[in-house]
Design a protein around this ligand. Structure first.
Ligand code: NDP
Ligand code: PYR
Ligand code: MG
Length: 615
C-alpha cells in the first residue's frame, strides 16, 4: 500500500487530485487506466452513470451525487452494494430461460462492472454456468439475438492491410491480455463464425472473476474470416461477413498481420490466448508463434493442465501412479493431443521415458485408432502417438483389449461412453477414471450419473461442463468440472504479473501440480478431484505465484527485481471490484442508509420474493 497524491492526467496534463486516498497498487493501476482513458476533466456527471467502470447506480452517496453533479439523475433512494446484489440475484432467479439470465448479466456487466463482479463473487458455482459453459454456448448459437452493446473487437479479413488501424479503435490504451478466436470450433458446437465472440468475452470475464485480472487489461477479439456454416450465411440475424472461410495464404498472412499489430500496439509482453480455433489452425499456429510471442492455446495447453491436475489428484484415491494407468482417448484433436503430451511430461517426473509413457496412451479419432498401418492419414500433430497395432474403429472392443483405466472424451460427440463401455471400465480396474470433457453439457461423452450408475459407483468422474450432484447407493456425490477455467486465469495472472514474454509448456505443468495440491481430502471424499469453486480466486493467486516462480526460473520475466514473495505480490496486483469512493473529502459525513434494516443478502432476497408472491 502506498499513497498517491496527486496524480497526473495523461490526456489533458492537468493534475488530478486523488488526495487522502491510500491506494493499493491495483487500485492505482485501475485508476490510472481510467484516467488515461476517461479523463475526469472531460467527464461530465452523467458519464459517471454511463461508464460501467464508474457507475454505482443507487450506491452513489449523497456526497458523491453532489460532488459529481448527478443528484436528481438517479432515484433518491440510496442502496448498499449488498442490497444491489440481492436485487440482482433476485432478478436472475426470476428468469426461467437461461438465455435471459445470460442477457441480464451481460447488461449488468455493460452498465455496472463492479457490481457485476461483486455479484459473481457471491456464488461462482451458480453464475459460472451462465457466463461460461454451458449457457455461453447457447448465447453464441443465438448471438445475433444477444448482440446489443459492443463488447470486444471484430477484425475482419476485409481489414487485411489495416489491422493496426482497427486495433487502434479500441478505446483502452494499456491492454495486457487478448483472447482471440476465429470462431471455427466454438466449444463442441462447430463453426459459428462471428457468433463465436461470446467465447473470448466469456473467457476474459473469467480472467477477472476467477483471478482478479483488472478488466481494463482485457481485450476480447474475434477474427472474422467468414464461416463455412451455411445456415449462418443465410441467417438474417448473422452479424459477421457473409463469405466462406479464408484459408491458406490469405488466412495465414492475416494472422501474421494481427500478431504483429498486437505487439506493436501493446508491447512484446501482451498475452495472446488462442481459443476455439479448429484443429489444423490451432496446432499449426501454436507451433508457429509459441517461441516468438507471449502466447498460448487454451484448448491445447490449458485443458492439458487441468486434466493432468485431475489425474495427479486422483492418484491419492486410486493409489496408482500416473504412469500406472492406461489412457484411452476418444478424440485426438487439440485438447486430446494436448492432454496426451502433458501426461508424457508428467510421467517424466515419475522417471518414465517419453517412449515408454507414450505406449500407455491410445488415441481414437473419427477414423479409429491412431495406428501406423491405417489407411487414413494419422494427423501430423499426433504422429508420435500412432501405434504399431492393427487398425480398428471399434472403441468398445479396444477398451477391453488394452484394459483402459482412464477414459478421456474430447470428441464433441455425446453419449459415446456407452453403458457397455462404462461397465467394462469397472471390470478393468477398481477405480476407473472417466473424463467426459466435451462442451457444452449436451455434448458430453456421458453424464455424471451414467458414469456412476454403470461403474457401480466406483468411478472417478469429471466433466467439461457442470453436472448436478449424483445420487448413488444412498449417497450424494459432487463431481468436479474438468475445465481449463480452473487454470488459464491463474496462469495468465502469473504471466501478466511477471511481465513474462513467453508462456511455454512448463508453466502448464506447474499450474497442474499447484491445482492438484489444492484438492483436499474432503473434496476427494465427495467425489471431486478439483477444489471447490468457492475458493477459486485464492487458488488462482496460488497458481499465478507458482507460475511466476517458474517464469523466473526459465528467465522469461521482464519484471526485475524478482518480488521477494510472489504470492504477496500477486495479491497486491489483483483487481478489487469494491466500489470506489468519488468524494473522499466528504468521507466524514454520516454513512448513507437505505432505510430498510436487513441483515443479509439472503434475508433481502427472501423479502423480495415474499413481496413478489403477494402481488
Ligand atoms: N473441458 C475442457 O476444458 C475442454 C473441453 N473441450 C471440448 O473438447 C471437445 C474437442 O475439442 P478439440 O480437441 O479442441 O476439438 P478438435 O476438433 O480439435 O478435435 C476433435 C477430435 O474428436 C474427433 N472426433 C470427432 N468425432 C468423433 C467420433 N465420432 N469418434 C471419435 N473421434 C471423433 C476428431 O476426429 P477428426 O479430426 O478425425 O475429425 C478430433 O480428433 C469440444 O467439445 C470442446 O468443447 C476442449 C477444450 C477444453
Ligand atoms: C472449455 C473450452 O475451452 C472449450 O470447450 O473449448
Ligand atoms: Mg476452448
Amino acid at each position: 500500500m502506498f499513497s498517491v497524491s496527486p496524480s497526473f492526467c495523461a490526456n489533458c496534463g492537468v493534475v488530478v487530485k486523488l488526495s487522502k486516498l491510500t491506494l493499493s497498487r491495483t487500485f492505482f493501476l485501475t485508476v490510472r487506466n481510467s484516467i488515461d482513458d476517461y479523463c475526469p476533466n472531460l467527464m461530465r456527471g452523467i458519464d459517471y452513470l454511463k461508464n460501467p467502470q464508474f457507475n454505482k447506480g443507487l450506491a452513489f452517496t449523497m456526497q458523491e451525487r453532489q460532488a459529481l453533479g448527478i443528484q436528481g439523475l438517479i432515484a433518491a433512494n440510496y442502496k448498499t452494494v449488498e442490497e444491489q446484489i440481492a436485487i440482482c440475484q433476485f432478478s436472475v432467479d426470476r428468469y426461467k430461460d437461461p438465455l435471459n439470465k445470460y442477457l441480464y448479466l451481460t447488461e449488468l456487466q455493460d452498465n455496472n462492472e463492479r457490481l457485476f463482479y461483486e455479484l459473481l463473487a457471491t456464488d461462482v458455482q451458480k453464475f459460472l454456468p451462465i457466463v461460461y459453459t454451458p449457457i455461453v454456448g447457447l448465447a453464441c448459437q443465438r448471438f445475433g439475438l444477444v448482440y446489443r452493446r459492443p463488447r470486444g473487437l471484430f477484425i475482419t479479413i476485409q481489414d487485411k492491410g489495416r489491422v493496426a488501424s482497427v486495433l487502434r479503435n479500441w478505446p483502452v490504451q494499456n491492454v495486457r491480455a487478448i483472447v482471440v478466436t476465429d470462431g471455427e470450433r466454438i466449444l463442441g458446437l462447430g463453426d459459428l463464425g462471428a457468433y463465436g465472440m461470446g467465447i473470448p468475452v466469456g473467457k476474459l470475464t473469467l480472467y477477472t472473476a476467477l483471478a482478479g485480472v483488472p478488466p481494463a487489461y482485457c481485450l476480447p477479439i474475434t477474427l472474422d474470416v467468414g464461416t463455412n456454416t451455411q445456415h449462418l450465411l443465410e441467417d438474417p440475424m448473422y452479424i459477421g461477413i457473409r463469405r466462406k472461410r479464408a484459408r491458406g495464404e490469405e488466412f495465414d498472412s492475416f494472422i501474421e498481420e494481427f500478431m504483429r499489430a498486437c505487439v506493436k500496439k501493446y508491447g512484446q509482453d501482451v498475452l495472446i490466448q488462442f481459443e476455439d480455433f479448429a484443429l489444423a489452425n490451432a496446432t499449426r499456429l501454436l507451433a508457429k508463434y509459441q517461441k516468438h510471442y507471449c502466447t498460448f492455446n487454451d484448448d491445447i495447453q490449458g485443458t492439458a493442465s487441468v486434466i493432468v491436475a485431475g489425474v495427479i489428484a486422483a492418484t491419492r484415491v486410486t493409489k496408482r501412479k500416473i504412469s500406472d494407468n492406461v489412457y484411452l482417448f476418444l478424440g485426438a484433436g487439440s485438447a486430446g493431443v494436448g492432454i496426451a503430451n502433458l501426461l508424457v511430461d508428467a510421467m517424466k517426473e515419475e522417471g518414465v521415458k517419453p517412449d515408454e509413457s507414450r505406449k500407455k496412451i491410445y488415441l481414437f479419432d473419427v477414423d479409429g485408432l491412431l495406428a501406423k498401418k491405417r489407411k487414413e492419414k494419422v494427423p501430423i500433430h499426433a504422429k508420435h502417438f500412432a501405434k504399431d497395432m492393427e487398425p480398428t474403429k471399434n472403441f468398445e472392443e479396444f477398451v477391453v483389449k488394452v484394459k483402459a483405466t482412464c477414459l478421456i472424451g474430447v470428441s464433441t460427440v455425446p453419449n459415446t461412453f456407452t453403458p457397455t463401455i462404462l461397465k467394462q471400465m469397472a471390470k478393468n480396474i477398481d477405480r476407473p477414471m472417466i473424463f467426459a470433457l466435451s462442451n457444452p453439457t449436451h455434448k458430453s461423452e456421458c453424464t455424471a450419473q451414467a458414469a456412476y450408475d454403470h461403474t457401480e459407483g466406483r468411478c472417478i468422474f469429471a466433466s467439461g461442463s457442470p453436472f448436478p450432484p449424483v445420487k448413488f447407493g444412498g449417497k450424494k456425490y459432487y463431481t468436479g468440472q474438468g475445465n481449463n477455467s480452473y487454470v488459464y486465469p491463474g496462469i495468465a495472472l502469473g504471466v501478466l504479473a511477471s511481465f513474462a514474454h513467453h508462456a511455454p509448456d512448463p508453466l502448464f505443468l506447474v499450474a497442474a501440480k499447484t491445482l492438484a495440491s489444492n484438492v483436499s481430502d474432503e473434496d476427494l471424499k465427495i467425489g471431486r478431484i478439483y477444489p471447490s469453486l468457492g475458493d477459486i480466486k485464492c487458488l488462482s493467486v496460488k497458481i499465478a505465484a507458482a507460475v511466476m516462480e517458474e517464469v523466473y526460473k526459465l528467465k522469461l520475466a521482464s519484471l526485475y527485481p524478482k518480488p521477494k514473495d510472489c504470492f504477496e505480490y500477486v495479491l497486491d496486483y489483483i483487481y478489487n471490484s469494491s466500489y470506489q469512493c468519488y468524494a473522499p473529502e466528504l468521507k466524514d459525513y454520516p454513512p448513507e442508509e437505505s432505510g430498510i434494516k436487513v441483515k443479509s443478502i439472503k434475508e433481502m432476497i427472501d423479502m423480495y420474493k415474499a413481496k413478489n408472491k403477494k402481488k
